[in-house]
Design a protein. Structure first.
Length: 543
């Protein structure tokens, strides 16, 4: 009978407590003082060029100088703050006693106040100012906004103006921690502002919004179903057609209806090897199209302008967000400098912006099976794979993992080592894989009661399993001895659960113990659903 030996071989670099050495972000920050960051700075087709926050790199920052006093806590229209998609703070600033608190940061674009969002940390400092732990935006053109808040003075005083402590702020604002600045009040934080669906905080005010296919009622807070094209064009972004007792949305030639059945969008084909965008030529007449890397240009085929690029080219940004791996880029159209050979002599828009997003699953289930031959006769291994994301299982001839078996089937004997590896079909910088668990079952059912774990919770639980290092963080290589289950079962199937993630870096300002790290990792693993992507079976005849 097998003896289950669980040995955790985890290598953790644990920093010693450095609380006395860690710098307070209120005294160790980087100033953001560029005038273009201010909410009053607007760009358009004839004034100013959009800016990217590509230099932001996960440090603590403070808004100073002409940039403003603090981040705005209300929706900023697009083409402000020196960029196309300005980033604002969707939540109130904390009090000094709150310490460091998380807040949502939103980027406004195309009429959506929170088209892109992330989480940042904010801290109120003793001097009456704020510092922000900002991450680099995933795409251009996004930039963090600064804002000058009103100063409460004697004009705003109620009653006796001799005592400035009685100074109050105008409706829609609240007195800041310095006792002088009137900060915007986020009405949406209390009971969603009374809105039945979406609440959007504005400067000194707020508004309610409804989802696709619904419109705001007469009270300005509740949402009602749109009953026909006469009401707000049926919620359609383009054409609304009455059909008997109902209606439907239609798109111009070359555009497709999105999943909400109301919005028309440019067709995008997402594949592991490439991303393809097809833009109707009617929309881009007289414009030159390019991606974030402007050397990547669109090519016309007569009816469409096609742009092809990969996950690692043309400025494509790859992020891991919740249970998805998301690749983003931006198509920008600018007027041509000279008439084109295809007859383009006029333009109908000064600039075209098309954000491109492709989402891929983050977690995968991969299986590898074999049947041990008890008579030590030759062992035949067959394999096949299929998947939607760029990973495959390969069986290699030796521990160098550089020559997989091709064509003829490999022959192994009992107790020989099986060398296999998880190989990416597309190599993407900034991502790595984590093998969460690997277990064997005597049948091809993943929910089989009888399981033997080789890897569990990211740690090797059987010392006969050996993992090899690889230059590619997405590739994982293993050596697994052939074994069988006790009893009549002469087949074993290996199941491997893995997920993609960004490499983790540990710093003095963010130190966690090995125990806390493992506990947090387990919790995250439970929250993300497992997605079966590739299945590689090995059938071995017994003699």
């Amino acid at each position: 009978m097998f003896q289950y030996l669980f040995i955790c071989i985890c290598f953790t670099i644990q920093l010693q407590p450095v609380s006395s050495m860690a710098l307070d972000p209120c005294s160790a920050y980087i100033s953001l003082n560029e005038p273009w960051r201010n909410t009053d700075h607007q760009i358009n087709g004839s004034h100013g060029q959009p800016t990217c926050d590509s230099q932001i790199d996960g440090e603590w920052y403070r808004f100073t100088g002409m940039a403003g006093d603090a981040m705005p806590t209300f929706c900023i229209p697009e083409n402000h703050c020196g960029t196309h998609a300005p980033i604002w703070l969707n939540g109130s600033h904390p009090r000094e006693s709150d310490g460091i608190v998380p807040r949502q940061a939103c980027a406004s674009f195309n009429g959506n106040c929170c088209l892109w969002n992330t989480t940042i940390d904010v801290k109120a400092c003793p001097g009456g100012y704020y510092v922000y732990h900002l991450i680099r935006p995933s795409v251009c053109f996004h930039a963090y906004c600064g804002h000058f808040y009103d100063i409460c003075d004697v004009v705003d005083c109620q009653g006796s103006c001799l005592d400035t402590s009685d100074c109050t702020c105008s409706p829609g604002t609240t007195l800041g921690p310095d006792g002088q600045t009137c900060l915007d009040e986020n009405e949406c934080e209390q009971n969603n502002g009374g809105c039945s669906e979406f609440c959007v905080n504005l400067k000194n005010s707020y508004r309610c919004e409804c989802g696709i296919g619904r419109t705001l009622g007469s009270d300005g807070k509740t949402c009602e179903e749109i009953e026909g094209c006469h009401n707000n064009n049926g919620g359609c972004s383009h054409t609304c057609i009455e059909v008997e007792d109902t209606y439907q949305c239609e798109c111009p030639r070359g555009l497709v209806l999105s999943e909400d059945n109301h919005t028309c969008q440019v067709p995008v084909l997402c594949k592991s090897s490439s991303i393809e965008v097809n833009i109707p030529k009617d929309l881009v007449g007289g414009l030159d199209l390019s991606l974030i890397n402007t050397s990547c240009k669109g090519v016309s085929n007569g009816t469409h302008v096609n742009i092809h690029f990969s996950l690692k080219s043309c400025g494509t940004v790859v992020d891991v967000i919740n249970d998805k791996i998301i690749a983003t880029n931006l198509v920008t159209g600018l007027p041509k400098q000279t008439p084109g050979s295809n007859g383009d002599i006029i333009v109908r828009t000064s600039k075209l912006l098309i954000p491109v997003t492709c989402e891929f699953p983050r977690r995968y289930t991969i299986s590898e099976g074999y049947v041990p031959n008890l008579k030590n006769s030759p062992l035949e291994i067959m394999s096949r794979n299929q998947g939607i994301f760029p990973f495959t299982l390969e069986i290699f001839k030796d521990k160098d993992f550089d020559e997989p078996y091709r064509g003829a089937l490999p022959t192994l004997k009992l107790r020989d080592s099986l060398y296999f590896g998880i190989e990416p079909l597309v190599h993407v910088n900034g991502l790595e894989t984590l093998v969460e668990s690997c277990f064997a079952t005597p049948t091809s059912k993943i929910d089989e009661i009888l399981k033997y774990y080789l890897i569990q919770d990211g740690c090797v639980s059987d010392d006969s399993v050996k993992q090899y290092t690889s230059k590619d963080h997405l590739a994982k290589h293993f050596q697994v001895p052939v074994f069988k289950f006790v009893g009549k079962d002469n087949k074993a199937l290996l199941w491997l659960f893995m997920k993609g993630r960004q490499p983790r870096v540990q710093t003095a300002l963010n130190t966690v113990s090995a125990t806390d790290s493992q506990a947090a990792g387990k919790e995250k693993m439970r929250q993300v659903p497992k997605i079966p992507v590739a299945n590689r079976g090995i059938n071995l005849p017994c003699s």
